[in-house]
Design a protein around this ligand. Structure first.
Ligand code: C2O
Length: 543
């Protein structure tokens, strides 16, 4: 196994998109940021130097961080932020994961521009469990704002209203040629007829799930969230923010140029927040289209409608483990968490911009997560500092109601707190994630730090243990780190708490984290030295 050293310099960089130039925060001046390539079993050492004007942290999304929770990255959870002028070295080993992951800032909304691919190749002398591709491409989907995204979130927090939507979706940082003033801003993937190529899709968008299609080409899904999957072919992908999907595509069409296009899957409120389409081009090496007169646009794919829940569900439930799995059991912890939005009463003496003078909020089991500021939670736990968090996060909601019906908001007024749920080392956890429709019914892409989990089932309505347990896939459920809890529905995940530390569980829509749709698990140390959290690095930033 190798050790890979990288320097990440966080800096302000002028970038021009949609005919406007503004300064964004980048890593090493690159947008998207550098692709990090490692092999399963390697160690990654990344020295992050903050030369920007904001506090920052970097999260290695999907990396399990076995016993190295200090390197996980969410600000005020596993570390205090790296202040302007400061630095911190993330050091961790990749164990038993192969495929596509990514890294992103985990501090306010900085990940709008601070993100990149993290590719984990098979171990030395190992190969993929599928045809060796001729070429590989990371394909990172993102969102672009004409405004500084940090100002967008600041304004949303100030007013309590919903934030501005983005001005474009992007593929590898480029919006594609369908926006006004973006004709020279299209990513192109050079391919040759007859090849089979691996495309590693990553949804790095802030606040949108995305459908993806490619004109004329079928995709074979072979991996998701750095786990291999049972191959299946599809014309459309759906990725929630945080999720990755690896697909093989055979270049079997007449040599030409074909659009790769992505557009929002927006289950909320029956309206797309942003119904624009981003494009990139699959360009065959043919000197053919677009013609010498540049008159012919690339062939266009058909994308599902923004509210096509049937297509989104058909896709997510087709993702399965390649072979029967040894599912952990019996279950030690049966947890039931409601995930959703609500409207909070406006604090006295303020005016709020949400519906009827309220402000937006998110919660899990009626607790709206608040980040501490004097210590990170992990530091407070390690040093046994009192008063930073409590360990009384409820295992089930205090009030049962028709979660997916028309719920009056008075029934469910979340209270803000920093509450954790404590897990014994090695316990088997089964967690029902129940979407709610208090104020807004919407999909929630729920991400768990420090773990991969099996997705046993998803469904609509209120989870009913008597009938829904029969629908669990106990044979070949997929192993992922982010699960889409369907609109007015539920999903069930299972994992073993074998990684000590503090691990955030949250909706990967940044606007929902801002509103408190998060909680954290505190996983205690096991018995032996090899089951305990490593000591904190000496350069760990303090608050
Ligand atoms: Cu990719 Cu807590 O995030």
């Amino acid at each position: 196994a190798e050790v890979h050293n990288h320097d990440f310099v966080i800096q302000e960089t002028p970038v021009k998109r949609l005919c406007k130039t503004h300064n964004i925060i980048t890593v090493n001046g690159q947008f998207p940021g550098p692709t990090v390539e490692v092999k399963n079993g390697d160690t990654l050492v990344v020295n992050v130097v903050n030369r920007g004007q904001y506090n920052v942290t970097i999260h290695w999304h999907g990396i399990r961080q076995m016993r190295t929770a200090w390197a996980d990255g969410p600000e005020f959870v596993t570390q205090c932020p790296i202040r302007p002028g400061g630095s911190y070295t993330y050091r961790f080993t990749i164990k038993g994961q192969e495929g596509t992951l990514w890294w992103h800032a985990h501090s306010s909304w900085l990940r709008a521009t601070v993100y990149g691919a993290l590719i984990v190749y098979p171990m030395e002398n190992n190969s993929y469990p599928f045809t060796t591709p001729n070429r590989e491409f990371p394909v990172i989907l993102g969102e672009w704002w004409d405004m500084n995204p940090m100002d967008v979130v600041r304004e949303a927090i100030r007013t309590g209203a919903a934030p501005n939507t983005s001005d474009a979706f992007t593929i590898n940082g480029q919006p594609g040629d369908l926006y006004s003033c973006s004709s020279n801003e299209t990513t192109s993937f050079p391919v040759k007829a007859g090849e089979t190529n691996l495309f590693r899709f990553i949804n790095a968008a802030l606040n949108n799930e995305l459908f993806v299609s490619i004109a004329g080409h079928t995709m074979t899904v072979v991996g998701a969230d750095a786990s291999y999957t049972k191959p299946f072919s599809t014309s459309t992908l759906m990725l929630g923010p945080g999720q990755t999907t690896d697909v093989l595509i055979t270049m079997n069409q007449p040599p030409s140029s074909y659009y790769i296009a992505a557009r929002a899957y927006a289950s909320a409120q029956g309206v797309p927040f942003d119904n624009t389409t981003t494009t990139a081009v699959l360009q065959y090496d043919c000197g053919c289209l677009p013609g010498p007169d540049q008159s012919l646009p690339p062939a266009s794919p058909t994308l599902p409608a923004f509210n096509d829940t049937a297509t989104a569900t058909a896709f997510s439930t087709s993702v399965k483990s390649p072979a029967p799995v040894k599912l952990p059991g019996p279950v030690d912890e049966n947890l039931f968490f409601t995930v959703g939005l609500g409207l909070f009463n406006c604090p006295p003496g303020k005016t709020c911009g949400g519906p009827n003078g309220t402000r937006f909020g998110g919660s899990i089991n009626n607790v709206s997560f608040v980040l501490p500021s004097s210590y990170s939670i992990l530091q407070a736990h390690h040093l046994a500092v009192q008063g930073v968090f409590t360990s009384d996060f409820p295992a089930t909601p205090s009030t049962k109601f028709d979660y997916t019906g028309n719920v009056s908001r008075n029934l469910w007024q979340p209270s803000p707190a920093t509450k954790l749920y404590k897990l014994k080392y090695g316990s088997v956890v089964e967690l029902v994630l129940q979407g709610t429709s208090i104020f807004a019914a919407e999909n929630h892409p729920i991400h768990l730090h420090g773990y991969d989990f099996y997705i046993l089932a998803e469904g609509f309505g209120n989870f009913n243990p008597a009938t829904d347990r029969a629908k669990f896939n106990l044979v070949d459920p997929p192993l992922r780190n982010t699960v889409g809890v369907p609109v007015r529905g539920w999903a069930v995940i299972r994992f073993v708490a074998d990684n000590p530390g503090v691990w955030l569980l949250h909706c990967h829509f940044d606007v929902h984290i801002t509103w408190g749709l998060a909680m954290a698990f505190l996983v205690e140390n096991g018995y032996g030295e090899l089951e305990a959290l490593e000591p904190p690095p000496t350069d760990l930033p303090l608050c």
